[in-house]
Design a protein around this ligand. Structure first.
Ligand code: S3P
Length: 443
């Protein structure tokens, strides 16, 4: 996968109006979960619209290593014959999750309450990221865990033979921590409870209910409380993966900042736990129309019609951060083309993503003539309605940093280059041809 590929420098240049229809790939979060829940179910789960990015392909390989039968039937169409809750077998070799925090954290959860041992590794970016946030609660179930210094990968987990149910308050709002605990809770007698400070993306809850688990969520004075009844028999389900709103954000952003643009982006998920960027863009005055709202694969979706227009700076409240956590890099690019200041609050988690995204965006935007300030948990971009460009950004094995700076270059006065676009394949393998098809000058 990308872990072994050579760096691929890329450049984006000022482009004419973007026009056409952008068919976005399947949602990354839902794709990982479809494979994992399929592997934990009895019978055949047929998946359509699966994201065939490197992150998800690594999860598919991992599910095979734990004993599921995973077959690619066609474009985005996959079949998973699962082994049932508690049915994972011990993998013969190390599980390499590549660049994917979601993959490794969810799979560690899924195996931690089965009496088998597995070792997990990943690329240089993943090996720098904190894992104790997941391994700490997994130890409470009774799993025995050995990690490298600082709780980092590689990590070996000896799954609990007699797991105990856990009630756990997550220290940060993170769907990956929540999901790891819920997946571990599947093979435990009794109720597993997760309390999160703010609601995070709820795909695990929706999909677990769809596969037949008894799971409920409520907001109490303690926080957002999710309760799962252990040892369900998960029944294989067809899963139609909706298109990824986080990937859609890149062509949407490009259309908003390149003068004269008008694009359509059909079938994008509008799950309220993922919708923060779109809420923010409307506040900035963006011309986005949500057409044909409907339900697909258990998720609300709509067709987006996006046109270029004037934008103004806004303050993004900290409570909204969880619902747009992956969209701050591209929002900081859009904000540079707005008139006035955009403040993004409550974004400390950006420092532990595929890269330190606050630092990566600040350095790259500065190199392209944009004024940006950072604190440990905020970013402020001073929009001038135009961006000089002409700089080079360092992407630190981070797909969203790479795509953000390429979008920047489509509307800045001088070209913008990046040191490495190879990681784009982790989440959006057809990003370049898709953007070129809309009229973008990049490659
Ligand atoms: C994800 C959760 C988020 C997000 C990531 C996908 C998921 O991570 O940034 O891209 O699928 O659960 P955190 O849980 O670390 O916030």
């Amino acid at each position: 996968m990308s872990h072994s590929s050579e760096p691929r420098p890329m450049t984006a240049r000022r482009s004419g109006p973007l026009r056409g229809t952008a068919h976005i790939p399947g949602d990354k979060s839902i794709s990982h979960r479809a494979l994992i829940l399929g592997a934990l179910s009895v019978g055949e789960t047929r998946i359509t619209g699966l994201l065939e990015g490197e992150d998800v392909l690594d999860t598919a390989k991992a599910m095979e290593a734990f004993g599921a039968q995973v077959t690619r039937l066609g474009d985005g169409e996959w079949s998973v014959y699962g082994v049932g809750v508690g049915g994972f077998s011990e993998p013969e070799s190390v599980i390499d999750c590549g660049n994917s925090g979601t993959g490794v954290r969810l799979i560690m959860g899924a195996m931690a309450t089965t009496p088998i041992t597995a070792t997990f590794t990943g690329d240089a970016s993943l090996s720098r990221r904190p894992m104790a946030r997941v391994t700490d609660p997994l130890e409470l179930f009774g799993a025995q865990i050995t990690a490298r210094e600082g709780g980092r990968l590689p990590i070996t987990i000896q799954g609990a033979a007699d797991p105990l149910p856990v009630r756990y308050r997550t220290p940060v709002a993170s769907a990956q921590i929540k999901s790891a605990i819920l997946l571990a809770g599947l093979n435990v007698p009794g109720e597993t409870v997760v309390i999160e400070p703010e609601p995070t993306r709820d795909h695990s809850e929706r999909m677990l209910a769809g596969f037949g688990a008894d799971i409920r969520a409520e907001t109490t004075e303690e926080g957002h409380v999710i309760t799962l009844q252990g040892r369900p028999e998960l029944r294989a389900q067809p899963v139609a993966v909706p298109r990824d709103p986080s990937s859609a954000a890149f062509p949407v952003a490009a259309a908003l900042i390149v003068p004269g643009s008008e694009i359509r982006v059909p079938g994008v998920s509008r799950n309220p736990t993922r919708d923060g960027l779109y809420v923010t863009l409307l506040e900035m005055g963006a011309d986005i129309v949500f057409e044909n709202p409907r339900e697909e694969g258990g998720e609300p979706v709509a067709d987006l019609l996006v046109r270029h227009g004037a934008l103004k700076g806004v303050v993004v409240p900290a409570e909204r951060a969880a619902s747009m956590i992956d969209e701050f890099p591209i929002l900081s690019v859009i904000a540079a083309f707005a008139e006035g200041t955009t403040v993004m609050n409550g974004v400390a988690e950006l420092r532990v993503k595929e890269s330190d995204r606050i630092d990566a965006m600040a350095r790259g935007l500065e190199a392209n003539g944009v004024k940006i300030e950072e604190t440990k948990d905020s970013m402020t971009v001073h929009g001038m309605g135009r961006v000089p460009g002409g700089g080079r950004a360092v992407t630190h094995l981070d797909h969203r940093i790479a795509m953000s700076f390429l979008v920047l270059g489509l509307a800045s006065e001088a070209p913008v280059s990046i040191d490495d676009g190879a990681p784009i394949a982790t989440s959006f393998p057809d990003f370049l041809p898709l953007m070129q098809g809309l009229g973008g000058d990049l490659g």
